[in-house]
Design a protein around this ligand. Sequence first.
Ligand code: PHE
Length: 466
Amino acid sequence: MKQRSTWGSSLGFLMAAVGAAVGLGNLWAFPYKLATTGGGAFLVVYGVLTVLVGVPVLMGEIAVGRCTGRGPVEAFRAMHPRWAWVGWAGVLAGGIVLAYYCVLGGVCIRYVLLFAGEMLGAPAAENGFYRLLTGQTRELVLYALLFAGITGGVVLGGVRQGIERFSMAAMPLLCGMLLLLAGYVALQPGAERGYALLFRPDWQYLRSHFMTVLVTAAGQMFFSLSVAMGTMVVYGSYLRRGERISRDAAVIGAADTLIALLAGCVLLPAGFALGEDGAEMSGCGLLFETMYRVFHRWGGRLGGGLGLLFFGVVFLAALTSGVSMLEAVVSAARERKGRHGGPGWEKGRILGCALLAFLLCLPVAWDGLGTLPGRTPLALLRQWLPRLPEQGWNGSFLGLYTFLSEGVLMPLGALGMCLILGYRCGPERIARECGVGSGYLGVSYRVLGPAAILLVLYGQIRAFLT
Ligand code: PHE
C-alpha cells in the first residue's frame, strides 16, 4: 500500500490547521457576535469555553487522525464500526459549508478585482455594488466556479507541495494584511467607538442573558475551530509521531481567537467610524455592503488599495478553509472500501469532489444569497404548499445550508465524537497520544463537551424556527 503523505514540518501543519480554522466565521460572525452579545463579557465566556471544551475536542480529533492514519470516516470506523456515521456527519457538514464558501469566496474574488481596478485608477465602482452583483446569477456562478477551481488546484498539489506550501505563504500574508488594516483603522477618528463596543464588558447583559451568551459563544467556538467537520482528523492523519498535539491544539485555538479579535478591530471601528447610521453590521451585509462602503468612501487609490487588502484577507481565509474541507471530502472518497487507484484516479477524485461542491453551491447563487425574494427555498416550497407561513425561518438557501451544516450535522457529529472519545476510546488513550492529563480530557469529553453541544443544538433549532 502507498505510504501516507506527511507534513514537511511542524510549522507547515500549524499553518495549514490555523488556515482551516480561520475562515469567514472569524471575519464576519465573531466581531458582530462579540459586539452584540456582551462585548468583553462574551469574550470571557468564549475564552473559557475554548480552553475547557474547544481545545480538548480539537486535540481528540487530531489524535484520532494520527493514531488511525485515516480520513474522518475510516478513522471513526476504526474506533468502532458502528460509529463511522460521525465521520460521515462531518464530511457532509464540511461539504455543505464548502458549497456556500464557493459562492462567498467567489464574491470576494469579484471585490478584489473591483478594488484592484480602483487602485489602478479605473472609474470608481458604483454604489450598491452588492445588490447589483447578487442579481447577476451568471456572474456569481462563474466566480464560484473559479473559487472551486482554485481550491481544487491547491488540493491537487498534494499535502506538502499543495496544501502546506500554499498555507505557508497564505497565512503570514493574511496576518500581515490584517495588521496593516487594523493599524490604519486605528488612526481614523471615531475608531474608539468601535473598540468600546467590541471590548467593553457588559456584565449586566451577561447576567440577564446568560443562556444567550453561552449558546452563541459555544456555537461560534465549534464552527470557528472547524470542529467535527472532518478537517482536523484528516490534517491530523498526516502528522508524524513525536509531534506534540497538545501544544498544536493550544496554538490553533489561540491563533484562531487572536485573528478573530484582530478582524473585529478592523471591521467594527471602520464600520462605525465610516459606515453610515443604520449600516448593516452582520453577515453578508457587513462584509459586502458596509465594508464596501467604507473603502469606497476613502476613495481613490488609497481606498482601492485598502479594499484590495481587506477582500484579499477574506478571500485567503475562505480559501485556506475551503482547501481543508475539500481535502476531508476527498479523503472520504479515497478511502471508500479501500479504493485508492493510481494518480489519475486521485486527480479525478479531487476534481470530481470540487465539481460536486460547485454543483451544490448553485442554489445559493441562484437566490442571490437570499436577496432575490422569489427564489428562496421557502418561495419554492410555497408553490406546492401555499399554506406554509411566509415568515418563521430564515428563508435563503444560504440560511438553509448554514442550518443543516452548523446547526444540525456539526453538533450531532461533535456529540458523537465526544461520546466516542469519552466512553469508547477513552480519554486515557487520547491523553497519551497528546501528552496531557486524562482528567482534563475526561471532564471535557464526558460532561462539558456534550452539555455545550446540546445547548448549541437547542439554540440553533430555536433560532431557525423563529
Ligand atoms: N472555521 C471556519 C470559519 O471560522 C469554517 C470552517 C468550518 C472551515 C469547517 C473548515 C471546516 O469560518
